[in-house]
Design a protein around this ligand. Structure first.
Ligand code: S5P
Length: 280
Protein backbone atom coordinates (compact mmCIF):
# COMPACT_ATOMS: atom_id res chain seq x y z
CA UNK A 1 0.00 0.00 0.00
CA UNK A 2 1.27 3.46 -0.84
CA UNK A 3 2.51 5.29 2.27
CA UNK A 4 0.20 8.26 1.73
CA UNK A 5 -2.84 6.08 2.42
CA UNK A 6 -1.87 5.85 6.10
CA UNK A 7 -3.19 8.24 8.72
CA UNK A 8 -1.59 11.65 9.07
CA UNK A 9 -0.36 10.58 12.52
CA UNK A 10 1.41 7.50 11.15
CA UNK A 11 2.88 9.43 8.30
CA UNK A 12 4.22 12.09 10.67
CA UNK A 13 6.35 9.48 12.47
CA UNK A 14 8.15 8.50 9.26
CA UNK A 15 9.07 11.95 7.97
CA UNK A 16 12.76 12.80 8.10
CA UNK A 17 12.26 16.53 7.64
CA UNK A 18 11.16 18.34 10.85
CA UNK A 19 8.81 20.77 9.07
CA UNK A 20 6.99 17.90 7.33
CA UNK A 21 6.69 16.04 10.62
CA UNK A 22 5.44 19.12 12.48
CA UNK A 23 2.88 19.85 9.76
CA UNK A 24 1.44 16.33 9.76
CA UNK A 25 1.28 16.35 13.56
CA UNK A 26 -0.59 19.66 13.49
CA UNK A 27 -2.99 18.29 10.85
CA UNK A 28 -3.76 15.33 13.10
CA UNK A 29 -4.02 17.38 16.33
CA UNK A 30 -6.36 19.91 14.78
CA UNK A 31 -8.17 17.46 12.54
CA UNK A 32 -7.63 19.91 9.75
CA UNK A 33 -6.01 19.44 6.35
CA UNK A 34 -6.95 23.00 5.48
CA UNK A 35 -4.40 25.68 4.60
CA UNK A 36 -5.82 29.16 4.24
CA UNK A 37 -4.07 31.40 1.72
CA UNK A 38 -4.25 34.96 3.06
CA UNK A 39 -3.80 37.11 -0.05
CA UNK A 40 -4.68 40.55 1.28
CA UNK A 41 -2.70 43.77 1.18
CA UNK A 42 -3.30 45.37 4.59
CA UNK A 43 -1.75 44.14 7.84
CA UNK A 44 -5.05 44.66 9.61
CA UNK A 45 -7.03 42.39 7.26
CA UNK A 46 -4.16 39.90 7.24
CA UNK A 47 -4.13 39.52 11.02
CA UNK A 48 -7.90 39.56 11.44
CA UNK A 49 -8.41 36.81 8.84
CA UNK A 50 -5.68 34.68 10.41
CA UNK A 51 -7.13 35.12 13.91
CA UNK A 52 -10.59 34.17 12.61
CA UNK A 53 -9.56 31.08 10.64
CA UNK A 54 -6.77 30.01 13.02
CA UNK A 55 -8.85 27.44 14.97
CA UNK A 56 -9.71 25.61 11.72
CA UNK A 57 -6.34 25.36 9.96
CA UNK A 58 -3.07 23.51 10.31
CA UNK A 59 -1.22 25.84 7.93
CA UNK A 60 -1.41 29.50 6.94
CA UNK A 61 -0.05 30.48 3.54
CA UNK A 62 1.25 34.00 3.01
CA UNK A 63 2.41 36.25 0.17
CA UNK A 64 4.27 38.61 2.47
CA UNK A 65 5.40 40.86 -0.42
CA UNK A 66 1.84 42.03 -1.16
CA UNK A 67 1.40 43.67 2.26
CA UNK A 68 1.48 47.43 1.67
CA UNK A 69 2.13 48.51 5.27
CA UNK A 70 4.65 45.77 6.08
CA UNK A 71 6.76 46.23 9.20
CA UNK A 72 8.92 43.59 10.86
CA UNK A 73 6.53 43.60 13.85
CA UNK A 74 3.91 42.00 11.58
CA UNK A 75 5.99 38.83 11.68
CA UNK A 76 5.90 38.85 15.48
CA UNK A 77 2.09 39.15 15.37
CA UNK A 78 1.94 36.31 12.87
CA UNK A 79 4.12 34.15 15.11
CA UNK A 80 1.91 34.97 18.11
CA UNK A 81 -1.14 33.80 16.15
CA UNK A 82 0.73 30.67 15.06
CA UNK A 83 1.39 29.85 18.74
CA UNK A 84 -2.15 30.82 19.84
CA UNK A 85 -3.91 28.69 17.23
CA UNK A 86 -1.29 25.99 16.65
CA UNK A 87 -0.62 26.27 12.92
CA UNK A 88 2.51 26.33 10.77
CA UNK A 89 3.45 29.08 8.32
CA UNK A 90 4.07 28.68 4.59
CA UNK A 91 5.41 31.67 2.66
CA UNK A 92 4.36 31.09 -0.95
CA UNK A 93 7.45 32.80 -2.42
CA UNK A 94 7.76 30.62 -5.54
CA UNK A 95 11.52 31.08 -5.83
CA UNK A 96 12.74 30.67 -9.42
CA UNK A 97 16.32 31.97 -9.73
CA UNK A 98 19.90 30.69 -9.50
CA UNK A 99 21.05 29.12 -6.22
CA UNK A 100 23.01 32.15 -5.01
CA UNK A 101 20.16 34.58 -5.64
CA UNK A 102 17.44 32.46 -4.06
CA UNK A 103 19.58 31.91 -0.96
CA UNK A 104 19.74 35.71 -0.58
CA UNK A 105 16.03 36.17 -1.30
CA UNK A 106 15.21 33.49 1.27
CA UNK A 107 17.47 34.76 4.06
CA UNK A 108 17.66 38.53 3.56
CA UNK A 109 15.85 41.67 2.46
CA UNK A 110 13.10 43.18 4.58
CA UNK A 111 11.18 39.93 4.87
CA UNK A 112 13.88 37.44 6.01
CA UNK A 113 11.53 34.61 5.04
CA UNK A 114 13.66 31.75 6.34
CA UNK A 115 13.59 33.12 9.89
CA UNK A 116 9.83 32.66 10.27
CA UNK A 117 8.38 30.53 7.48
CA UNK A 118 8.42 26.81 8.28
CA UNK A 119 7.76 25.90 4.66
CA UNK A 120 8.36 27.66 1.36
CA UNK A 121 8.20 26.69 -2.30
CA UNK A 122 10.18 26.92 -5.51
CA UNK A 123 9.72 26.45 -9.23
CA UNK A 124 11.98 23.66 -10.47
CA UNK A 125 12.69 25.59 -13.69
CA UNK A 126 16.35 26.46 -12.86
CA UNK A 127 17.19 22.80 -12.10
CA UNK A 128 18.62 21.16 -8.94
CA UNK A 129 20.78 24.18 -8.02
CA UNK A 130 17.70 26.02 -6.76
CA UNK A 131 17.18 23.34 -4.13
CA UNK A 132 20.87 23.41 -3.21
CA UNK A 133 20.83 27.17 -2.79
CA UNK A 134 17.69 27.24 -0.66
CA UNK A 135 18.90 24.28 1.42
CA UNK A 136 22.03 26.16 2.50
CA UNK A 137 19.71 28.57 4.30
CA UNK A 138 16.71 26.38 5.15
CA UNK A 139 18.19 23.10 6.35
CA UNK A 140 20.08 24.53 9.35
CA UNK A 141 16.78 26.18 10.39
CA UNK A 142 14.86 22.90 10.05
CA UNK A 143 12.73 24.23 7.18
CA UNK A 144 11.03 22.30 4.39
CA UNK A 145 10.64 23.01 0.67
CA UNK A 146 7.82 22.24 -1.76
CA UNK A 147 8.42 22.10 -5.51
CA UNK A 148 5.75 23.36 -7.90
CA UNK A 149 5.27 20.20 -9.96
CA UNK A 150 1.96 21.34 -11.45
CA UNK A 151 -0.16 24.48 -11.34
CA UNK A 152 -3.89 25.04 -11.01
CA UNK A 153 -4.15 27.55 -13.85
CA UNK A 154 -5.52 26.94 -17.33
CA UNK A 155 -2.73 26.29 -19.85
CA UNK A 156 -0.01 25.79 -17.23
CA UNK A 157 3.34 24.68 -18.69
CA UNK A 158 4.19 22.56 -15.64
CA UNK A 159 3.08 19.19 -16.96
CA UNK A 160 4.40 16.01 -18.57
CA UNK A 161 8.19 15.85 -18.77
CA UNK A 162 8.53 19.02 -16.64
CA UNK A 163 6.55 17.46 -13.80
CA UNK A 164 8.55 14.24 -14.10
CA UNK A 165 11.82 16.15 -13.84
CA UNK A 166 10.51 18.01 -10.80
CA UNK A 167 9.82 14.72 -9.04
CA UNK A 168 13.29 13.42 -9.89
CA UNK A 169 14.82 16.58 -8.46
CA UNK A 170 12.87 16.04 -5.25
CA UNK A 171 13.99 12.41 -4.95
CA UNK A 172 17.59 13.60 -5.10
CA UNK A 173 17.02 15.98 -2.16
CA UNK A 174 14.91 14.02 0.30
CA UNK A 175 16.15 15.79 3.41
CA UNK A 176 14.81 19.19 2.31
CA UNK A 177 12.09 18.67 -0.30
CA UNK A 178 8.99 17.55 1.59
CA UNK A 179 6.53 17.46 -1.26
CA UNK A 180 4.85 19.27 -4.10
CA UNK A 181 2.36 21.91 -4.99
CA UNK A 182 0.36 19.77 -7.37
CA UNK A 183 -3.05 18.64 -8.54
CA UNK A 184 -2.28 14.89 -8.34
CA UNK A 185 -0.09 12.44 -6.45
CA UNK A 186 3.43 11.86 -7.70
CA UNK A 187 3.98 8.19 -6.80
CA UNK A 188 5.31 6.45 -9.89
CA UNK A 189 5.98 9.73 -11.72
CA UNK A 190 9.45 10.34 -13.17
CA UNK A 191 10.95 6.95 -12.36
CA UNK A 192 14.29 6.48 -14.07
CA UNK A 193 14.85 3.44 -16.27
CA UNK A 194 14.93 0.30 -14.12
CA UNK A 195 13.97 2.28 -11.00
CA UNK A 196 11.09 0.90 -8.92
CA UNK A 197 8.67 3.02 -6.91
CA UNK A 198 9.76 3.04 -3.27
CA UNK A 199 6.66 2.12 -1.21
CA UNK A 200 7.95 4.21 1.69
CA UNK A 201 8.09 7.40 -0.41
CA UNK A 202 5.66 9.84 1.15
CA UNK A 203 5.68 13.31 -0.30
CA UNK A 204 3.11 15.82 0.85
CA UNK A 205 0.80 17.03 -1.89
CA UNK A 206 -0.53 20.54 -1.25
CA UNK A 207 -3.25 21.53 -3.66
CA UNK A 208 -4.42 25.06 -4.52
CA UNK A 209 -7.31 25.80 -6.83
CA UNK A 210 -9.89 24.55 -4.32
CA UNK A 211 -13.36 26.04 -4.00
CA UNK A 212 -16.82 24.82 -3.08
CA UNK A 213 -18.84 27.50 -4.85
CA UNK A 214 -16.89 28.73 -7.91
CA UNK A 215 -15.21 26.92 -10.81
CA UNK A 216 -12.83 29.74 -11.75
CA UNK A 217 -11.99 33.42 -11.22
CA UNK A 218 -11.90 34.82 -14.76
CA UNK A 219 -8.07 35.10 -14.54
CA UNK A 220 -7.13 31.51 -15.28
CA UNK A 221 -7.62 30.04 -11.83
CA UNK A 222 -9.51 26.70 -11.88
CA UNK A 223 -11.26 25.32 -8.81
CA UNK A 224 -12.01 21.76 -7.76
CA UNK A 225 -13.83 20.72 -4.61
CA UNK A 226 -12.04 19.41 -1.48
CA UNK A 227 -13.59 16.02 -2.27
CA UNK A 228 -12.08 15.97 -5.75
CA UNK A 229 -8.68 17.09 -4.49
CA UNK A 230 -8.39 14.82 -1.43
CA UNK A 231 -10.43 11.77 -2.34
CA UNK A 232 -10.05 11.54 -6.12
CA UNK A 233 -6.56 13.01 -6.49
CA UNK A 234 -4.93 12.06 -3.18
CA UNK A 235 -4.10 15.57 -2.05
CA UNK A 236 -2.95 15.92 1.58
CA UNK A 237 -3.61 19.60 2.19
CA UNK A 238 -6.15 21.81 0.46
CA UNK A 239 -5.18 25.45 -0.06
CA UNK A 240 -8.12 27.84 -0.06
CA UNK A 241 -8.04 31.63 -0.39
CA UNK A 242 -10.96 33.61 -1.78
CA UNK A 243 -13.38 30.73 -1.23
CA UNK A 244 -13.01 31.60 2.46
CA UNK A 245 -12.60 35.37 2.66
CA UNK A 246 -14.25 36.42 -0.61
CA UNK A 247 -13.53 40.02 -1.51
CA UNK A 248 -11.31 41.52 1.23
CA UNK A 249 -12.81 44.97 0.52
CA UNK A 250 -16.20 43.72 1.65
CA UNK A 251 -15.45 41.15 4.31
CA UNK A 252 -17.61 39.93 7.17
CA UNK A 253 -15.30 38.25 9.65
CA UNK A 254 -18.01 35.96 11.06
CA UNK A 255 -18.67 34.72 7.56
CA UNK A 256 -14.92 34.17 7.02
CA UNK A 257 -14.89 32.01 10.15
CA UNK A 258 -17.97 30.10 9.02
CA UNK A 259 -16.40 29.38 5.63
CA UNK A 260 -13.16 28.19 7.25
CA UNK A 261 -15.19 25.80 9.38
CA UNK A 262 -17.03 24.60 6.29
CA UNK A 263 -13.84 23.95 4.30
CA UNK A 264 -12.16 22.28 7.28
CA UNK A 265 -15.04 19.88 7.56
CA UNK A 266 -15.15 19.16 3.82
CA UNK A 267 -11.40 18.50 3.68
CA UNK A 268 -11.39 16.32 6.77
CA UNK A 269 -14.42 14.28 5.69
CA UNK A 270 -12.78 13.62 2.33
CA UNK A 271 -9.69 12.36 4.19
CA UNK A 272 -11.83 10.08 6.41
CA UNK A 273 -13.49 8.72 3.29
CA UNK A 274 -10.06 8.05 1.81
CA UNK A 275 -9.12 6.06 4.92
CA UNK A 276 -12.38 4.11 4.81
CA UNK A 277 -12.06 3.36 1.14
CA UNK A 278 -8.64 1.82 1.83
CA UNK A 279 -10.28 -0.71 4.14
CA UNK A 280 -13.05 -1.69 1.74
O1 S5P B 1 -0.77 26.35 -8.98
C1 S5P B 1 -0.96 27.15 -8.08
C2 S5P B 1 -0.01 27.34 -7.06
C3 S5P B 1 -0.31 28.22 -6.02
S1 S5P B 1 0.79 28.25 -4.70
N1 S5P B 1 -2.14 27.86 -8.01
C4 S5P B 1 -2.40 28.74 -7.00
O2 S5P B 1 -3.50 29.32 -6.98
N2 S5P B 1 -1.46 28.96 -6.00
C5 S5P B 1 -1.70 29.95 -4.92
O3 S5P B 1 -2.83 29.53 -4.17
C6 S5P B 1 -2.00 31.36 -5.39
O4 S5P B 1 -0.81 32.13 -5.43
C7 S5P B 1 -2.95 31.88 -4.34
O5 S5P B 1 -2.22 32.44 -3.26
C8 S5P B 1 -3.67 30.64 -3.83
C9 S5P B 1 -5.05 30.41 -4.39
O6 S5P B 1 -5.92 31.42 -4.00
P1 S5P B 1 -7.49 31.35 -4.30
O7 S5P B 1 -8.00 32.65 -3.79
O8 S5P B 1 -7.67 31.19 -5.79
O9 S5P B 1 -8.03 30.17 -3.54
Amino acid sequence: MAAYLNTYADRAKKQINPAARDLLEAVERKQSNLCVSVDVTSSKDFLSIIDAVGPYVSLIKTHIDIIEDFEPSLILRLQELSAKHDFLIFEDRKFADIGNTVALQYSSGVHKIATWSHITNAHPVPGPSIIKGLATVGLPLRRGLLLLAEMSTAGALARGAYTEDAVRMARDARDFVIGFIAQHRMEGVGLREGEKQDDAEDYLILTPGVGLDATGDGLGQQYRTPQEAVLSSGSDIIIVGRGIYGNPGNMNINEVQRQAERYREAGWNAYLQRLNRREE
